[in-house]
Design a protein around this ligand. Structure first.
Ligand code: ADP
Length: 531
């Protein structure tokens, strides 16, 4: 029997209509460093129509890629709405990648038009000549465009273009399965790979973000996405906020603790997502200055393992409830969120959201029991989990319709995922696996430790042993740190090699760049203290 329900298309345009139509007086606020630029959603809808009209005028009439090279701000949000809704494909370029990678990605995606923030023009200028398919560059804000001229592209001023366009646009009917946007993985573990989201996947993902098991967004919320819109869709917060009718507060390029603390105190966001390093900075700033973070009811945190010490400090000292979440570019990105009454649950990567299925796979690709004990690679599948990469023949990351995440850990019968490592970061010591993340988190619980990254280094006897690279604020010797660790991890896991460094090298998106650390070690650049 067929249902009586229509295949009503799930599209970004319908999210836009709902958010800007029913919540017209809610707003997107962009911090400018010394004040705020405010735009009611009612007006945002007109801006989106103008942008679509302007792009149409530049020849965007199909599924051309319109790339963005922008911070989190009103212009970027306008592109998030206008580009997919007009049937084109939004490509969020990650401004923090190496220039060659940005050019590679822009060429691979065949970007046609590029929207760039004025503040990012200097970063774009040397890369632009390499972007072979880009015809038009639209600059948002006042910039010296001199450095862009030699690339031979048509340059446009965003405001002038939009002012000349109509504030109505005849939005087309778009197939929900059509490409809406694309994003490349940040390449922590290899070359960037393109993930292409459909309208349907973005819509379903947004609904999931709005559920109470995820972020429970409502029209009463003010959402501050600190996690960049140029990487993994800012965890889906922009579309989810419009779906819920929540206002958005955008930090633009001001991501330092003092700016964020000011924005939180003044704009009083209720929900804010960022990676652990950002919350660590903000915690230090807030402690020094007694900042008011009390408006935040929920702080989803992820991108890398969230130290329990960070969660506890924000909660007990500032009343900020941090929930850990896990996901990847390939999963739109939200896949698990760690709500729970006890810390045992809150320190996990989280529970699988409805729609995302997970399983663990061990040696020989055998599926392991979800018993909370077995350790294997996590595989996931679902309507917002990619099934392939854009123009990429390599199928090694896919397994019978499941995505191999490259993350190693445990899964329990309730769907809670506990990651112990990335497959390639696991330290294989004498046939046993040591979790680098567990050691790092334990170390970062020591009051004098600002950051700690642990890598496996060759060892004659054991094959590999952990090397703890520690950034100190204060004094602590190896003996003290070992003693501290020995109360928290098994004896045989205790590192006997230590290096005290000024900072842990980070990837383009602020994760510990263990590959860089391994290379530094291989070049003999780390001074090692043996214990
Ligand atoms: P990449 O870092 O490969 O460029 P993503 O930015 O998409 O790709 O990051 C996804 C990866 O980030 C996951 O596969 C996982 O290793 C890591 N990650 C995300 N959230 C968490 C978390 N809460 N705990 C541990 N690791 C996490």
């Amino acid at each position: 029997m067929r249902s009586t329900m229509p295949d009503f298309p799930l599209t970004i345009a319908s999210i836009m209509r709902h958010g800007t139509g029913l919540f017209g007086d809610h707003e997107v606020v962009t911090y400018t460093g010394d004040g705020y630029h405010r735009l009611p959603y009612r007006e945002l809808a007109r801006e989106a129509a103008r942008l679509a009209g302007a792009l149409r005028g530049l020849g965007v009439d199909g599924d051309q890629r319109v790339a963005t090279f922008c911070w989190n701000n009103t212009t970027h949000l306008t592109a998030y709405l206008a580009v997919p809704s007009m049937g084109a494909v939004l490509h969020t370029l990650n401004i923090r990648l190496f220039p060659e990678q940005v050019a590679y990605i822009a060429n691979h995606a065949e970007d046609d038009v590029l929207i760039v923030d004025a503040s990012l023009v200097p970063l774009l200028a040397p890369i632009l000549p390499e972007m072979k398919n880009v015809r038009h560059v639209i600059i948002s804000g006042e910039a010296d465009t001199g450095p862009l001229l030699s690339a031979g592209k048509d340059l446009h001023d965003y405001r002038t273009l939009l002012d000349a366009a109509s504030d109505g646009f005849d939005w087309p009917e778009v197939d929900e399965r059509a490409a809406a946007s694309m994003c490349y993985t940040s390449g922590t573990t290899g070359n960037p790979k393109g993930v292409v989201y459909s309208h349907r996947s973005a819509y379903l993902h947004s609904m999931s973000v709005c559920t109470a098991n995820a972020m429970g967004l409502s029209a009463g919320d003010r959402v501050l996405p600190i996690v960049p819109m140029f990487h993994a869709n800012a965890w889906g917060l922009p579309y989810a906020a419009l779906m819920a009718g929540a206002s958005l507060v955008m930090p633009d390029r001001f991501l330092q603790g003092e700016h964020l603390a000011r924005v939180i105190a003044e704009e009083r966001p209720t929900v804010s997502g960022a990676v652990p390093t950002i919350w660590g900075d903000l915690l230090r700033h807030a402690r020094q200055h007694g900042s008011d973070l009390s408006s935040l009811r929920l702080v989803p945190c992820g991108g890398s393992a969230v130290p329990e010490s960070l969660m506890r400090a924000l909660e007990t000292e500032f009343g900020v409830h941090v929930v850990q979440a896990w996901g990847m570019t390939e999963t739109s990105p939200l896949a698990t969120v760690a709500h729970g009454d006890s810390w045992d649950l809150r320190v996990t990567q989280g529970r699988l959201l409805a729609g995302v299925e997970g399983r663990l796979v061990g040696g020989g690709d055998t599926v392991l029991d979800a018993d909370g004990v077995s350790v294997g690679e996590l595989e996931v599948r679902g309507p917002w989990v990619t099934g392939s990469y854009h123009l990429d023949e390599d199928t090694s990351r896919f397994h019978d319709g499941w995505l191999r995440t490259g993350d190693v850990g445990k899964l329990d019968a309730r769907g809670y995922v506990t990651l112990t490592d990335r497959a390639k970061d696991v330290i294989k010591s004498g046939g046993e696996w040591i979790s680098s993340v567990e050691l790092e988190n334990a170390l970062m619980g020591h009051p004098a430790v600002v950051e700690a990254a642990v890598i496996g280094v060759p060892d004659e006897r054991w094959g590999e042993r952990p090397l703890a690279c520690v950034v100190l604020d204060g004094t602590a010797g190896v003996a003290e740190l070992r003693e501290f660790l020995s109360a928290r991890v098994a004896r045989w896991q205790l590192p006997e090699r230590w290096a005290f460094i000024d900072a842990v090298p980070k990837t383009s998106v602020g994760k510990f760049a263990k590959r860089a650390l391994r290379e530094m070690h291989a070049r003999g650049e780390l001074t090692i203290v043996e214990s």
